[in-house]
Design a protein around this ligand. Structure first.
Ligand SMILES: [Zn+2]
Ligand SMILES: [Zn+2]
Length: 393
């Protein structure tokens, strides 16, 4: 058998969706941060073990293999499971019971969808290969994906699929795009120093505020000339601090900002380019320079083959006319690191209940409708089997 049995999948979902939604509510009510996710992992492990599966622990998360135990898994499904340090402002009966924390990015939905997909696939009589379902912590704090890579969890996998909640799309709508679907975001801190002095005698010290002004205007301007304009590179400073008195040149000033870029190629060269430009601008001012450049995540780059598999899976669940091509987001997503090891495709899962107002991700009032979960389960199950079928040996 190389195809999923759609009737069997539908029946499984109809019979079990209530239990999966209960797990979603349990996780939503108990949001956990970063790698510190024991309650979430417990809520996921229990139904997997009850179904006779053998989840494997790794720091902050678990993964489980579905299919013939003698076979190496070739296809992966990934859910992130961590929450945000944001107070929840909904009045849901299953709202967060932990003060100052919430599932405002919908990772409770991702966890439930992947759990449902794992159990639904396990109920299929003969899969055309094994599937690994990964429940990853620490997406928001950006360490989880790297841990999954470092633990070797992706080593046997040829393709991995993931969905992210999309509050701008209604339940029943799914989206994905070829190539980059999220962006890179890096952090920059620049510290300039001089001896400080009287504003009457700027020639006896380095004029720190003048130097900062040059960096703030020259860096974005030079980047726009040195980098392909199609890369959408955007350097924006979010803070500038120096000085206290009108007639004293400060001895120190600090600038911080973010660099966002749509293109993977330009992202790879961004740090070197930024350092080069800042060093050359500051060199003429006489100030001394310290720079911290922290690379965040690269863009998630959807692979040609995996994108087709995911799109086909989406169309078979909601129909071609309900699958759209989203704009590339300027947000970051650490699933991108999986793409350094294997082919990946990330999709958008519409979660807004029709007729309700849009509540955005990372807002305390964000609500994802339970009705999106069964659509997510069916999509990931179809994608997994579709990928196994296309790469059959
Ligand atoms: Zn988020
Ligand atoms: Zn998220």
């Amino acid at each position: 058998m190389t195809q999923l049995d759609p009737n069997r999948l539908r029946t499984w979902i109809a019979e079990h969706i209530g239990e999966i939604i209960d797990v979603r509510h349990e996780i939503h009510a108990h949001p956990e941060l970063g790698f510190d996710t024991p309650l979430t992992v417990h809520a996921l492990r229990t139904p997997l073990v009850a179904a006779g599966l053998t989840p494997v622990d790794f720091p902050g998360g678990i993964y489980v293999d579905i299919g013939d135990p003698g076979e190496q898994p070739r296809v992966g499904l990934r859910a992130d499971i961590d929450a945000l340090p944001l107070p929840e402002t909904t009045d849901l009966p299953w709202a967060s019971v932990f003060e100052g924390r919430s599932h405002a990015c919908g990772h409770d939905v991702h966890a439930a969808v992947a759990l449902g997909a794992a159990l639904a696939l396990a109920s299929q009589p003969a899969l055309p290969g094994a599937v690994r379902v990964i429940f990853q912590p620490a997406e928001e704090t950006l360490g989880g994906a790297r841990t999954v890579v470092e633990q070797g969890i992706l080593d046997p996998l040829e393709q991995v699929f993931a969905l992210h909640c999309e509050p701008h799309a209604e339940v029943g709508v799914l989206g994905t795009r070829l190539g980059a679907i999220t962006s890179a975001c890096d952090y920059l801190e620049i510290r300039l120093r001089g001896s400080g002095g009287h504003t009457a005698r700027p020639h006896l010290t380095a004029d720190i505020i003048n130097a900062m002004g040059r960096v703030v205007t020259e860096l974005p301007a030079m980047l726009s000339r040195r980098c392909d304009p199609r890369a959408g590179m955007s350097m924006v400073f979010g803070s500038a601090h120096a000085g206290v008195a009108a007639n004293a040149i400060p001895a120190e000033g600090t600038l911080t900002g973010t660099l966002r870029v749509l293109s993977m190629d330009e992202w790879r060269g961004a740090e070197k380019l930024v350092r080069e430009i800042v060093e050359s601008v500051v060199a003429g001012t006489g100030a001394s320079l310290e720079m911290d450049y922290e690379p965040g995540v690269p863009p998630v780059h959807n692979d040609v083959e995996s994108h087709l598999v995911l799109r086909h899976a989406m169309a078979s669940v909601v129909g071609e006319s309900s699958v759209y091509t989203p704009e590339q987001s300027l947000g970051g997503e650490d699933f991108a690191w999986y793409g350094e090891k294997t082919k990946i495709a990330l999709g958008r899962l519409g979660v807004r209940r029709p007729g309700t107002p849009i509540t955005d991700l990372h807002q305390g009032g964000f609500v994802a409708d339970d009705a999106a979960i069964e659509i997510g389960i069916a999509t990931l199950a179809h994608a997994a089997v579709g990928a196994l079928a296309t790469s059959e040996r």
